[in-house]
Design a protein around this ligand. Sequence first.
Ligand SMILES: Nc1ncnc2c1ncn2[C@@H]1O[C@H](COP(=O)(O)OP(=O)(O)OP(=O)(O)O)[C@@H](O)[C@H]1O
Ligand SMILES: [Mg+2]
Length: 339
Amino acid sequence: MFRQGPCEKRDELFDREEELRGTIEALRNNVWVAILGMRMSGKTSLAKVAANILSKEGFSYIYVDLRGISNVSGMSRRIINSISEGFFSRMRDYLEKIRVWEVEMSLRKTSKTRTMEEILTELSKRRRLIVILDEVQEIKGGINHFLSMLARLRNSTRNLSFLFTGSSIGLMDTLLHPSRGSPMYGRSPLEIELGPWSGRVAFQFIREGLEKCSIEYNDNEIEDALRVLGTLPGWLSFYGIRRCLGKDHENALRDSESEAIDVALGELRNAIRERGEWARRALRMIAAYGARWSDLDVGVSDSTLSDFLKRLKKLYIISEESGTYIVPDPIYRKAAMRL
Ligand SMILES: Nc1ncnc2c1ncn2[C@@H]1O[C@H](COP(=O)(O)OP(=O)(O)OP(=O)(O)O)[C@@H](O)[C@H]1O
Ligand SMILES: [Mg+2]
């Protein structure tokens, strides 16, 4: 139940029935999907479980982790590596094609997306294929070639579906909100959004998980964990794993809180990077008390501040409730106070 990595199989995924059903139904019907959500909401888990269920219906899938990749040429390379490392390594003719691709790539720098397109088209002639592009949001460079490729693939084959995950910035934003001139205009993927759980579902998640590994607990401990960690599946798993390994409540909670804050702090530093001291101050003000627009007098123009707040919203770090910006997740709130 509590896992360090993403869930892979149906029985590992708690709740999320509706989102899973929506994802599977879309992919079965060759509708492309975008799974959106903040860190630790379970995007990779949902994508992998859906693909695994469909693999029992004759679909193949390629999983591509795009973390740390910022341009399309890096992405193309990752996709090809994922194909060759995956189950296609058993098929010699495809491996041969990939080698040719690699040589071609080193000779002619411009042909990366075109050759990747050929390989994907070729592969999808044999079986229905799902390509999971996990964490597409950081990709910025060279997007136009990639969008044209996607649009051609969208039109030319019904055997190939893409499943994108990430928050709604960068390439993801372009896919979801294409301009009129974009090759993907009118072809946006179906959005499936993963939020934090409700308190009730989060409570059940911990209770069932602790029961499965036969750990003694009381309800107050679970309430306590939810108060400190909030209701994101990932933070709760940090706690659950430690309890199942035998740590007592106090220690498990302290350690998981500190690990979660480290992860969140990394995200927040990314979000304010290249913006300066004012961004740190604004975020801390929002995290501490909640802030209205008029409170955020941080010495930058309205449009600069507004862009920053929009980005924080797209990263699901802040939300707006009746004109007040807040950081809803308690872990992110504490991380912001340490910025
Ligand atoms: N529905 C779920 N049921 C059980 N565990 C879950 C569920 N969703 C997520 N988890 C657990 O939470 C953690 C984070 O999940 P996952 O990696 O899928 O999230 P993510 O949104 O892809 O996170 P990241 O932003 O770090 O990539 C993992 O340990 C995973 O096992
Ligand atoms: Mg993930």
